[in-house]
Write a protein of this length. Sequence first.
Length: 229
Amino acid sequence: MEQPPRSTYQDDEISLVDLAKILIHRRWWFVVTFVVVVLASGGWVLLQSGKTPIQETNYQYTTQLAVGYKTPSHLIEPLPSIVEQLNAAIIPRVKQQNQEFNSFTTQASYTDNSNIVTITTKGEQNSAIADFHEKLTAPIIERHERLQQSLNNQQSPIFQNGQPSQLMPSEVVALAVETQSTTETTQGVNSKLVLVLGIVLGSMLGIVMAFFAEFCARVKESLSTETLS
């Protein structure tokens, strides 16, 4: 009776045994490579941990716009509306016209129970920030002047005794006031991660070197046999 074809499992098992034998026979190649890579990883971590912190200077420019009053209790325009116009329209438009300020972070905000709108720009030191902030506040001030003129030329319930109450104009009370702060940053490394990667890489390179050494030995043996024959 014809025997069924032999399973290839035994061949695979023999090849795995041969591989294990090669690793055992060339274990010193594996050990030396593994130790060298791990020591190199540890040395690199020690070198990185000894670095001097880097000092960085951060610049901030602040402009304050005092919004005018129609009466002592009524602003010419609500602060949230002004801030929304600045952040959503005016700042992007002026930045588009002045490309050098695209790398700066500029934002408008307001303080409750006050008439102050604050424009803050963060970035590198730049003497042109004052001109940049003037371009941001100019549309607001010009519109408020037109509103004031309109109020002066009409009668409204806020007038007293048939005469308009004294109007306070909008104006810039602080323009691009520069402040700076220094922070220390260290380019730290994750020591544990580097060591784990060193162990994994050392193991992989150790296996590769073990098989490479066996390959070189067999090639040398083959050449010797051909020479003798």
